[in-house]
Ligand binder design. Structure first.
Ligand SMILES: Nc1nc2c(c(=O)[nH]1)N[C@H]1C(S)=C(S)[C@@H](COP(=O)(O)OP(=O)(O)OC[C@H]3O[C@@H](n4cnc5c(=O)[nH]c(N)nc54)[C@H](O)[C@@H]3O)O[C@H]1N2
Ligand SMILES: Nc1nc2c(c(=O)[nH]1)N[C@H]1C(S)=C(S)[C@@H](COP(=O)(O)OP(=O)(O)OC[C@H]3O[C@@H](n4cnc5c(=O)[nH]c(N)nc54)[C@H](O)[C@@H]3O)O[C@H]1N2
Ligand SMILES: [Mo]
Length: 778
């Protein structure tokens, strides 16, 4: 692959020795103990435990080590021997801990005791579980239920999630925002509208049956590394892999399988992408429209010879809105497509030609499509492209949002939803003999607005690090402490535990890597992977502390202390035996979860089905919908001199707000996260030096000052007009109002910013017109 002179980059393949070194650098000796190895061996295996990292599929025939660099890091992070005990909290006030870095907070290790905030000393002090439940219950009973928010980060099991959502509804609200609201909510809204299902249609076998794969804005090498194995197999089989990403992500370029001794010892690499196009951030609508334009042109030409490129029968029988879409595509000129995408017509046509020639196409995407003001249009455009050739609902085809958290998809499946229409409320009403609230609840952005306005009085966090993950950090942190009650259920200390309500509890829970013994014996839990397969998970490792409780027990404990007695609602029995909770899930979601307890350990998981895969379209028109995107750019703002599109990036050494270390190995950035990435030509245009320290300021035009300082200018191969910097450090720059219009997913992949040089001089762009083209075509 060609290298850009003077830019920071990484030469080695993804995987390879680097990935093993990546693990040992962080964990040193801890990683090679027999206990750790034994635990890793049981990861993602039938009758083992399911990885706490990403939601990538768990195959029926797993590798001996069915884990990756990041799965290993996530597991070892939980297995740490460090403990964050009451003694630690006795020696540090929260004001003091608020000065610590996120990394240092989590380095203190696993939380060991339930803790209550003591205002007199500004410290967390130990308390009993019953005392905590009673106090929380008393607070919740005194509040108007609709002023409480129950957040979940996408790790908690199906069993916990079902009970948590039931608790919210029995208490009286649908305020159930989820990390999904910052992530693939765009998918859930867009796919639901255009193909009638809120999840992807691809299953594992499609990976071995397709002829081409299109990747948009998903960083496989860092974020779902086990996916590199089937990708490598596909590449070896001659499948064309076409990638669109402003950043040249190493895992999508070349891969050496760290679990293949021959490859490791001989340094064999597999090239992954056959084409790699550095689209401008927000340029995908234009790219995909360009692909469709080429497909229509190819179809016109084919018709001359009595053939078709379009799947005419499929379009006729199964879709709605084709004519309007066709008119839009034909009516859009290449000049506009090139300007908006930053790619040349030649490059887009090269990608499109692969689409034209392939019989079976799958499309994969991640945050690069969903986290934009017009993320909905991004996803809907990708569906348009697939519909043209009937690439949904046939083996070896389909659309695949690659989900993040290990059970984020499953939580939505079993009722964690702020949208009441997505939940079978009538069935719940019968099952538990109550009147579920019917009004729409708060999603993440609305919960933030409610916290700022003072309407939200209580926040329960089932995992996660809400104040770090959301936009608008400064205002959010200030407003946070006005809440009456905050409760955080967590494994490790993070920032969200340090900004707190007047009454605050920090409740430590078991991790999925630890055995969970209840009155009826050891318990299993379950989750749903990105391909809609449900897996049971059992862990054997001894818990980090004797005082930990399971998430099921904590949710039930709080619920029981809050709610009046209801003889259909048996918190204690459910905690004693989780199979009873699975029976309840099966009763509520008959179709998907029948016989749940018997099927939960099916190797490869059991598939809960997908109507669109069967070409049954549960949409308004009863067909798959072609849609016409009005905007041609997904950013939602105009270009202006000096204004950049900031991409907030994840490194290979983090899991969301958890920072494992300071090595973004696969991008060649070492020892710091305080960087701003920019291409060398743009550096020259804006008079920036390598290593110069600058600030970024938000350029949202709403008069609010948002600034992050201390960022080192780092030359990096990016398209013109954009910058890269790390999430969550950049979150203070994102206005709360900057989100996908339809789903309210924060638009973290195109944030309008300006560069402020430390002498206070704001970059004006030197009066230069904004540029549209990538400077680094292949
Ligand atoms: N190691 C690790 N694994 C993780 C996580 C983690 O933090 N660390 N997080 C988990 C979670 S919750 C999630 S949601 C997933 C996230 O996984 P991904 O969906 O891969 O998310 P990101 O890494 O945020 O960004 C994806 C890619 O989008 C590209 N991109 C940015 N803007 C655009 C654009 O406009 N167009 C296109 N085509 N591409 C663009 C970026 O360069 C980046 O490569 O990973 C999960 N797995
Ligand atoms: N700028 C920007 N912002 C983003 C994103 C972005 O790309 N850019 N990505 C967004 C996305 S995709 C997501 S998903 C969100 C992530 O938002 P969250 O899901 O809220 O955040 P995490 O960092 O995953 O949460 C980490 C914490 O979870 C707790 N934890 C870990 N394991 C467990 C467990 O088993 N049980 C419990 N109870 N707690 C546990 C630990 O205390 C740890 O500190 O961030 C979003 N924010
Ligand atoms: Mo996510």
């Amino acid at each position: 692959m060609p290298k850009e002179k003077g830019t920071v980059h990484y030469d080695s393949p993804a995987g390879g020795w680097g990935s093993l070194r990546g693990i040992s650098t962080i964990f040193g000796k801890e990683w090679s103990t027999p206990l750790a190895i034994e635990t890793l061996m049981r990861q993602n295996k039938p009758h083992g435990f399911m990885c706490v990292s990403c939601s990538w599929a768990k195959p029926a025939n797993p590798h001996p080590f069915e884990f990756c660099e990041n799965g290993a890091k996530a597991t070892l992070w939980d297995l740490t021997s460090r403990r964050c005990t009451p003694e630690f909290f006795a020696t540090h006030t929260l004001a003091e801990l608020r000065e610590w870095r996120d990394y240092d907070l989590e380095q203190e290790g696993r939380l060991t005791h339930p803790l209550r905030y003591d205002a007199a000393t500004d410290r967390y002090v130990p308390c009993g579980w019953d005392e905590a439940f009673a106090a929380i219950g008393k607070e919740l009973r005194a509040l108007e239920p609709k002023s409480a928010v129950f957040y979940s980060s996408g790790r908690a099991s199906l069993e916990t999630s079902y009970l948590y959502a039931l608790f919210a509804r029995l208490y009286g609200h649908n305020n159930l925002p989820d990390s999904s609201n910052m992530c693939h909510e765009t998918t859930s809204v867009a796919l639901k509208q255009v193909i009638g299902t809120s999840v992807g249609t691809v299953v594992f076998d499609d990976l071995s049956n397709c002829d081409a794969m299109f990747f948009f804005g998903q960083n496989t090498g860092s974020n779902s590394p086990r996916f590199l194995h089937p990708l490598q197999e596909a590449a070896k089989r001659g499948v064309k892999i076409i990638t669109f990403n402003p950043v040249r992500e190493r895992g999508l370029e070349v891969f050496t399988n760290p679990q293949n001794p021959v490859e490791m010892l001989t340094g064999q690499e597999t090239a992954i992408s056959s084409q790699y196009h550095q689209v401008r951030p927000g340029g995908d609508i234009a790219v995909i429209l360009g692909i469709c334009k080429h497909v229509l042109a190819a179809d016109d030409a084919a018709q001359q010879q009595g053939r078709r490129v379009l799947d005419e029968d499929f379009i006729q029988q199964h879709t709605h809105g084709f004519k309007a879409f066709e008119a839009k595509v034909r009516g859009t000129g290449w000049e506009e497509i090139e300007a908006q995408s930053g790619l040349s017509r030649r490059d887009i046509e090269a990608a499109a030609q692969v689409y034209v020639e392939a019989d079976r196409v799958t499309a994969f995407y991640g945050m690069g499509l969903t986290q934009h003001v017009h993320g909905f249009e991004n996803v809907a455009m990708l569906v348009n492209m697939l519909l043209l050739k009937g690439n949904i609902g046939r083996d070896g085809t389909g659309i695949s949002p690659v989900r993040g958290h290990s059970n984020v998809q499953g939580q939505r499946t079993v009722g964690i939803a702020e949208k009441p229409e997505l939940v079978p409320l009538d069935r719940l009403a019968k099952q538990f003999n109550f009147k579920p609230p019917r009004d729409k609840g708060l999603n993440t952005v609305e919960a933030c607005e409610g916290i700022i306005s003072g309407q939200v009085r209580a926040f329960i966090g089932l995992g996660g690090n809400f104040v770090r993950a959301i936009p608008e950090r400064d205002r959010m942190e200030k407003a946070w402490s006005d809440m009456r009650l905050t409760v955080q259920v967590a494994t490790k200390l993070n920032r969200s535990h340090l900004v707190h309500g007047q009454v605050a509890y920090l409740l430590p829970c078991l991790s999925r890597t630890e055995e969970d013994i209840q009155a009826s014996g050891p318990q299993a839990v379950s989750m749903e992977d990105t391909f809609s397969c449900i897996h049971g998970s059992i862990a054997r490792r001894k818990p980090a502390s004797d005082h930990l409780r399971s998430e099921v027990a904590i949710v039930a404990g709080i619920a029981k202390a809050t709610l009046p007695v209801n003889n259909r609602v048996k918190w204690d029995e459910w905690v004693a035996d989780y199979s009873l909770i699975r029976d309840l899930i099966a009763e509520t979601y008959l179709e998907e979860f029948h016989d749940f307890n018997n099927r939960m350990f099916t190797p490869g998981g059991f598939y809960r089905g997908n109507s669109a895969r069967e070409r049954i379209w549960k949409t308004k028109s009863g067909k798959a919908e072609f849609t016409v995107a009005k905007p041609m750019s997904a950013t939602g703002f105009e270009d202006a001199p000096g204004r950049f599109r900031l991409i907030t990036l994840r490194s290979n050494d983090q899991f969301n707000t958890t920072i494992y270390g300071y090595s973004d190995r696969m991008r060649g950035i070492e020892g710091t996260r305080d960087v701003v990435l920019i291409n060398p030509l743009e550096m020259r245009r804006h008079n920036l030096r390598e290593g110069q320290v600058v600030s970024l300021v938000s350029d949202a035009g709403d008069g609010v000052e948002r600034k992050v300082s201390g960022l080192r200018v780092t030359p990096f191969r990016l398209p013109d007009g954009c910058l890269g910097a790390y999430y969550p450090e950049m979150n203070p720059l994102i206005p709360l109002s900057h989100h996908d219009e339809q789903s309210k997913t924060p638009a973290a992949k195109s944030v309008p910013v300006r560069i402020l040089q430390e002498d206070g001089r704001e970059d004006t762009g030197n009066g230069r017109e904004p540029v549209g083209h990538a400077t680094h075509p292949l």
